[in-house]
Ligand binder design. Structure first.
Ligand code: ADP
Ligand code: MG
Length: 270
């Protein structure tokens, strides 16, 4: 029984503190921060500028480290692990979405989406195939060979979501993902995130827009590096369960038809 409860906990932060500066310049981006997150939660984090939201997300995403405190990810204490172990875990378990999309300007849309798979050791063809599948999900298959600047903001953010989910991570972190989008593009992005959540993934998203909290199962307000209010709008029992067939792996790996060489149509599939 005990076991089962803890299996549902995906992230556990205890006494997490992030300190900048020393002496007179000392300040705390996070102060003695405790948070337990269950699999399948969609958490929205709100709070005034400078209250520590990005710091929190970066630490959860293993992009940054706390000055002290504990961080358990799937039961493994990751606070003190090596940078290379952090990078491996990050590649496997975590997808990021940023306010400014953070696409690489001189890579095609397809190459951008395939980027997180570099760490998997899979062949380039297989990586691009998965990226293509991910883009299809967001109806962006026509844009595969475009460069980021040729897409609208809303399209770029959907590319960024495709990149975030291409490796099937269980956790999606989004730092103000709709901050640079108009309301129509925001809605499209939120609908995609909501669909990803309903497949049983855990999402932690920072936003300034209270209207978006309708998508959340839990809303946390932060103040001065700590939790001010923490409200669950969906009970734990009603959180979505992980679906066994996942987003990108849905398509079987391509079985190269070895002998069948067609002259006219090259095997390069769009
Ligand atoms: P938010 O995302 O809520 O706006 P941040 O997490 O970016 O807040 O920042 C929290 C606090 O930590 C702020 O006061 C900010 O000035 C400070 N801070 C963030 N990064 C650094 C840094 N590299 N050096 C010094 N202070 C920092
Ligand atoms: Mg921020």
């Amino acid at each position: 029984m005990e076991q089962k409860v803890s299996e549902n906990i995906i992230i556990e932060l205890k006494g997490l503190t992030k300190k900048y500066g020393y002496g007179d310049t000392e300040s705390f981006a996070l102060k003695d921060f405790d948070l337990t997150i269950k699999r399948g939660e969609f958490i929205m984090i709100m709070g005034p500028s400078g209250c520590g939201k990005t710091t929190l997300l970066n630490i959860i995403g293993l992009l940054d480290r706390a000055t002290y405190g504990d961080y358990n990810l799937n039961g493994e204490n990751v606070a003190g692990i090596s940078a290379s172990r952090q990078a491996k875990l990050r590649a496997k378990k975590i997808g990021f979405i940023f306010q400014n999309f953070n696409l690489i300007e001189d890579l095609s849309i397809l190459e951008n989406v395939a980027l997180p798979l570099v760490y998997t050791g899979r062949s380039k063809t297989s990586r691009l195939k998965s990226a293509s599948t991910a883009l299809k999900r967001f109806h962006l298959q026509e844009k595969e060979y475009y460069l980021p600047y040729q897409l609208s903001g809303g399209q770029q953010q959907r590319v960024a979501i495709a990149r975030a989910i291409v490796s099937n991570p269980e956790i999606i972190l989004a730092d103000e993902p709709t901050g640079n989008l108009d309301s129509r593009a925001s809605k499209a992005v939120m609908e995609e995130l909501s669909a990803i959540h309903k497949e049983g993934n855990t999402i932690i998203m920072v936003t300034h827009n209270p209207a978006l909290t309708v998508y959340a199962t839990r809303v946390i307000n932060m103040l001065d590096g700590a939790i001010d209010t923490d409200i669950k709008t969906v009970s734990d029992a009603n959180l979505p369960q992980p679906v066994s067939v996942k987003i990108v792996k849905k398509l079987p790996e391509p079985k190269e038809p070895k002998k069948r060489k067609k002259r006219k149509n090259s095997r390069r599939k769009k």
